[in-house]
Design a protein around this ligand. Structure first.
Ligand code: GTP
Ligand code: MG
Length: 237
């Protein structure tokens, strides 16, 4: 529980079959316009549930799911807040400590995609510079109502250095996959930082050698970025 966020409370967890010992807790924030499906994406990932008449979120809450990433037990602590400006929590407190962000738009609402650039600006202003960002085009099940071509989103994501996926919280399509890619990439960032930190320590020679000697499977961001964008997109072209 994050003591800084008074409105925050933890909801029921969905646990994969993983042991009790937690290696890392990764804070991830979910952002984007109101009604794009942030709360339902979170609910699908943490509880495998979906609600058709979901109410607009007021304030902030988080849910968790513990997963296994590259042999480590990782507790994803995923924060959800209101897309509506008037209900949004104090911005800097919400982003503090976040290692990843899911930036969601609705593929049937062009405006929600047009606002994505503003959300990226907000992240760049308030979050840590190494935050991993995944752009999500949600409601991919509503194929006949599509207003945002996949290619536009791919182009924007490439331009801004974001990961990208199209999801459906309703069907569950790509929801787990998107979160797992984000968590794996965060893990890669943590590993790189650990190595860099060890290298910089004046008396950390032994530690650095030990770390370099152990096998750490670091994901190359650029490799994953483009290929996963294409793989995850539900576009048939
Ligand atoms: N068809 C379809 N509907 C969805 C999907 N995801 C969410 N919805 C619906 O979209 C509406 C808004 O979903 P929410 O998850 O409450 O949206 P939100 O982004 O959390 O909105 P705020 O809390 O106001 O910021 C609800 O009626 C959901 O049932 C989806 O993948 N497909
Ligand atoms: Mg919500």
């Amino acid at each position: 529980m994050n003591e800084e966020m008074n409105g925050g409370f933890e909801v029921e967890n969905r646990q994969d079959s993983v042991p009790e010992k937690i290696d890392y807790v990764f804070k991830v924030v979910v952002i984007g316009d109101s009604a794009v499906g942030k709360t339902q994406i979170l609910s699908r990932f943490t509880k495998n549930e979906f609600c058709f008449d979901s109410k607009s979120t007021i304030g902030v809450e988080f849910q968790t799911r513990t997963v296994n990433i590259k042999g480590k037990v990782i507790k994803a602590q995923i924060w959800d807040t209101a897309g509506q400006e008037r209900y949004r929590a104090v911005t800097s407190a919400y982003y503090r400590g976040a290692l990843g962000a899911m930036l969601v738009y609705d593929i049937t609402k062009r405006q929600s995609f047009d606002h994505v650039a503003r959300w990226v600006e907000e992240l760049r202003a308030h979050a840590d510079s190494s935050i991993v960002i995944m752009l999500i085009g949600n409601k991919a099940d509503l194929v006949d109502l599509r207003a945002v071509p996949t290619e536009h989103a791919v182009e924007f994501a490439e331009d801004q250095g974001l990961f990208f996926a199209e999801t459906s919280a309703l069907s569950g399509e790509n929801v787990d996959k998107a979160f797992f890619i984000l968590l794996e990439e965060i893990y890669g960032v943590i590993c790189r930082k650990t190595l860099e930190g060890a290298d910089k320590k004046p008396n950390g020679g032994d530690q650095a050698t030990a770390l370099k000697g152990s096998k750490i499977d670091v994901i190359s961001g650029s490799d994953l970025e483009i290929s996963e964008m294409k793989k995850l997109s539900s576009c048939s072209c």
